[in-house]
Design a protein around this ligand. Structure first.
Ligand SMILES: [Zn+2]
Length: 88
């Protein structure tokens, strides 16, 4: 699993991302064991939030977002509902 650290905002592309909170390495949530299927990843991923900072970049949008991206193969993101596992 290739986890990518964001250096720009997902919405506006601003490079001004301000750290908000870090919970340290955490297991990927919502990855369930399914009979006959491959085990979900046991890898821990840095769980931290950053905010697109309009105080440093006047075009910044203020979006609060995860600092790291997990490939869509492992998660499907739905706006307003959090992350849910991809259907088989
Ligand atoms: Zn932004």
């Amino acid at each position: 699993m290739h986890v990518r650290k964001r250096t720009t905002c997902r919405v506006c592309g601003s490079a001004s991302l301000k750290p908000v909170i870090s919970l340290g390495p955490q297991y990927l949530q919502g990855s369930f064991v399914k009979p006959g299927k491959e085990m979900p990843s046991q890898r821990k991923i840095n769980c931290s939030l950053v905010r697109c900072n309009p105080q440093e970049d006047e075009n910044g949008c203020g979006l609060l977002q995860m600092e790291h991206s997990v490939p869509p193969k492992f998660y499907m993101l739905l706006t307003g509902t959090g992350a849910v596992p991809m259907p088989p």
